[in-house]
Design a protein around this ligand. Structure first.
Ligand code: PGA
Length: 248
């Protein structure tokens, strides 16, 4: 039995005051009825404050990207070690906005996964097809390529990562894959992992992301291979985020 997991991705949103407001509301709402793990991936500059605020809570803080390098002359970059020192638990790797807007290739992303694992962070490796891929029936090929990159590196520990399937056309658009469609892709991802390691495939959490809201979360989370969600827009609204956690 995989414990459900819901992670909020604030993207480049928020402020110090919103960080306090959101986290204290979420923290207050967590009770026995919420039997899921909860994470928030906040902008780098709010990580320290966020960790202060959730010290006594079950919420775990993460970052939204990480450098593939451990240290050196990489102006503006943040290493996995630095994130670990701040008390980060997760780090998103390969969110579609990083892949497309910042040209992060599979090869670089695999180095980032390794850097994260090397610092004892849990990478949340994001995959998903664009609208054009989806319309051309290429979803399976894209997923195979993105997951294949992960599986091609034997130093990656498949027991210490989370995968998020986020169809790019569903991110921030209000569109979602149908629960059945999403389930098919999740089952496919799990089958690819199973070919490498059956035990890892069993315990691997695969999150769905892309316009998850309180009203569509239940049906998505009921699917056998959907273990929770990666939530963008709705994670900036405490009530919506709490409701999604309750559904998980
Ligand atoms: P969304 O974003 O929930 O706003 O669609 C999801 C994501 O980008 O992780």
């Amino acid at each position: 039995m995989r414990q459900p997991l819901v992670i909020g991705n604030w993207k480049m949103n928020g402020s110090l005051s919103l960080t306090s407001e959101l986290l204290s509301k979420i923290d207050k709402a967590i009770d026995d009825k919420i039997a899921c793990d909860i994470g928030v991936c906040v902008p780098f500059v709010y990580i320290d404050r966020a960790n202060e605020l959730v010290k006594k809570s079950a919420i775990k803080v993460g970052a939204q990207t990480v450098s593939e390098y451990s240290s050196g002359a990489y102006t503006g970059e943040i290493s996995a070690q630095m994130l670990a020192e701040l008390g980060c638990h997760w780090v998103l790797v390969g969110h579609s906005e990083r892949r497309t807007l910042f040209n992060e290739s599979n090869a670089v992303l695999i180095d980032k996964v390794l850097a994260a694992q090397g610092a004892d962070l849990l990478p949340v490796y994001c995959v998903g097809e664009t609208e054009a891929d989806y319309k051309s029936g290429l979803t399976v090929d894209v997923i195979k390529d993105q997951i294949g990159a992960l599986l091609s590196d034997p130093s990656i520990d498949l027991n210490r990562l989370v995968i998020a399937y986020e169809p790019v056309w569903a991110i921030g658009t209000g569109l979602t894959a149908s629960p059945e469609e999403a389930q098919k892709v999740h089952a496919f991802i799990r089958s690819l992992i199973r070919e490498k390691n059956a035990e890892s495939a069993k315990q691997l959490k695969i999150l769905y992301g892309g316009s998850v809201k309180p009203d569509n979360a239940s049906l998505l989370f009921k699917q056998q291979d959907i273990d929770g969600g990666l939530i963008g827009g709705a994670s900036l609204d405490a009530d919506a985020f709490i409701s999604i956690c309750q559904k998980a």
